[in-house]
Design a protein around this ligand. Structure first.
Ligand code: PEP
Length: 251
């Protein structure tokens, strides 16, 4: 049985005061960790204070990115070792905004995944196709390629424990969510790609999220699908009330 995981991706939003007041509003109100993993993907700047605000609660933290080296002359980057040292458990990698605006490649993302595991954290590995690819009917091949290239040399144990988020680019921040059947079908492509690479035991364990305009009003449709184990949520994770409503809908 795969435990659901709902992860908010705040992107480059909020001030420290806003982040902390969100933490105050949610911390005693999230469902137990035994039922669902509740994760906040905060800007790196707020991870240290949030880690102390949320210590001992059922809310976990994710960084939205990290570098693949632990230390060195990499001005402006964030070390995965330093992120892990704060008590952060997840790192989002390969988000389409990072692939598009910061030119991250499958190879970079693969290096980051290895560095995240090496530091005892769990990657939330994003994949997803453009509208052009979707309309050309090439989604399955595209997703298979991103997964195959992104998981190179990861162990079966690592892949079993990771989270993969399927996020069609045309559904992110557009209000135009993918139909739940399509989300299930493509999350199924993710699972069958993992099965081809690692076998059925690993494929049955890896948690797969859908992301793209998920809201409290539509999350139940996705969560009812066999291959969808959670959601990666941008806009609807920014307000405490809405984040809590997403969690309530899956518990
Ligand atoms: C995201 O940022 O990963 C995302 C899915 O955003 P939104 O929920 O706003 O579409």
């Amino acid at each position: 049985m795969r435990k659901p995981i709902i992860a908010g991706n705040w992107k480059m939003n909020k001030t420290l005061a806003e982040a902390q007041s969100f933490a105050e509003a949610v911390k005693g109100n999230v469902p137990s960790n035994d039922v669902v993993d509740a994760v906040i993907g905060s800007p790196a700047l707020f991870l240290a204070p949030l880690a102390s605000n949320l210590e001992g609660t059922d809310v976990k933290l994710a960084a939205q990115n990290c570098y693949f080296e632990n230390a060195g002359a990499f001005t402006g980057e964030n070390s995965p070792a330093a992120i892990a040292d704060l008590g952060v458990q997840y790192v989002i990698i390969g988000h389409s905004e990072r692939r598009e605006y910061f030119h991250e490649t499958d190879e970079d993302i693969n290096k980051k995944a290895k560095a995240i595991f090496a530091n005892g954290m769990t990657p939330i590995f994003c994949c997803g196709e453009s509208l052009e690819t979707y309309e050309a009917g090439q989604t399955a091949e595209w997703i298979e390629g991103q997964i195959t290239n992104g998981l190179v040399d990861l162990t079966a144990e690592q892949v079993s424990s990771m989270v993969i988020a399927y996020e069609p680019i045309w559904a992110i921040g557009t209000g135009k969510s993918a139909d739940a059947n399509i989300a299930d079908e493509i999350c199924g492509v993710v699972r069958s790609t993992v099965e081809k690479l690692y076998g059925s035991d690993v494929a049955s364990k890896v948690r797969i999220q859908y992301g793209g305009s998920v809201k409290p009003e539509n999350i139940a449709e996705y969560m009812a699908k066999e291959n969808v184990d959670g959601a990666l949520v941008g806009g609807a994770s920014l307000e405490a009330e809405s984040f809590l409503a997403l969690l309530e809908a899956v518990k």
